[in-house]
Design a binder for this molecule. Structure first.
Ligand code: PMP
Length: 296
């Protein structure tokens, strides 16, 4: 059954999953979430995602309702029941239902929700041709390291690119690159890969970390440092990364070609390395050298 979800201790069809309207997730966006890619029904880097969930929960001062082992056990039936071998598992924890008041309720009953979504492979033409993106001022709050369900700024920023027929909005704060509305961003200049370091201004991307590891494994130069707007606009290559989009080349930025307008040579190398890593680790064909095992 593809629409099985988990809600507060029970597995049930999506249509039967209901929460009280006074849930603080609904009223205040008071909650956090994770999206875990699952390949061949094996969660990818589940431990990293659960550690990031802990970081997000700590950031909003909400006790984790489950241990890592409990989370893995809760997720497993959802993964097994889904129609797709490759999935994105979405999980969300809110501060639960309470009379409407900004201050935390004295007694907190968190709401825990888990569902699976299909994870479609990036179309071949997107890998071959890349995607277009626009830039915009990053007007989000200053705790973007928390994977908060309050995503209104991200939603509005992402829609700007949809309105222009583009795949992503790349964000700049005070003249420096932060990330995409729903992705991490890398640039390449003169053979060197660069990405903004993890900080309170960006989500610590799990795919970002994989790319950093794969670059080292491939012997490529990668620096984590501040990147100016001018460097972004003059980059030879731009990539976006996320759990659902993996690694995609950005070949047009604000209507202008990035480099020669085609995915660059380092994109091709890192994309191939990512696919090989994914297949080796997740399809059970042994570990990629130098890279730790992901999954449950
Ligand atoms: N930054 C933002 C704002 C995101 O929403 C996402 C993914 N949804 C990412 C970065 C990439 O994170 P990950 O690689 O863990 O999916």
């Amino acid at each position: 059954m593809s629409d099985l979800v988990y809600l507060n201790g029970a597995y049930l069809p999506l249509a039967e999953a209901k929460i009280p309207v006074l849930d603080r997730g609904f009223i205040f966006g008071d909650g956090v979430y994770e999206v875990i890619p699952v390949y061949d029904r094996r969660p990818f880097r589940l431990d990293h995602h659960l550690q990031r969930l802990q970081h997000s929960l700590d950031g909003i001062r909400l006790a984790n309702p489950h241990s890592e082992a409990e989370w893995a056990a809760l997720i497993a039936p959802i993964v097994e029941a889904a129609d797709w071998d490759d999935q994105g598992v979405y999980l969300q924890v809110t501060r639960g239902p309470a009379p409407r008041d900004h201050a935390f309720p004295e007694e907190c009953r968190p709401t825990v929700f888990i569902m699976a979504m299909p994870l479609s492979a990036t179309p071949a033409e997107v890998v071959e041709q890349g995607v277009a993106a626009i830039t915009a001022e990053d007007n989000r709050w200053l705790r973007c390291d928390i994977k908060a369900i309050a995503l209104l700024a991200n939603v509005l920023l992402r829609q700007l690119s949809v309105d222009q027929g583009c795949a992503e909005t790349i964000l700049l704060r005070d003249g420096l690159l932060t990330e995409g509305a729903s992705s991490s961003i890398f640039i390449v200049k003169d053979g060197v890969i660069a990405a903004p370091p993890h900080s309170h201004l960006v989500l610590p991307g799990i795919t970002y970390d994989v790319v950093v590891e794969l670059a080292a494994q491939e012997g490529l130069s990668l620096v984590q440092r501040d990147i100016s707007e001018a460097e972004l606009c003059n980059a030879d290559e731009i990539w976006l990364t996320s759990s659902t989009k993996e690694i995609t080349a950005v070949t047009r930025l604000d209507g202008k070609a990035v480099g020669d307008g085609r995915p660059g040579p380092l994109f091709r190398r890192i994309h191939a390395a990512y696919q090989a890593y994914k297949h080796q680790v997740m399809r059970g064909r042994g570990l990629a050298p130098g890279v730790e095992e992901g999954g449950r």
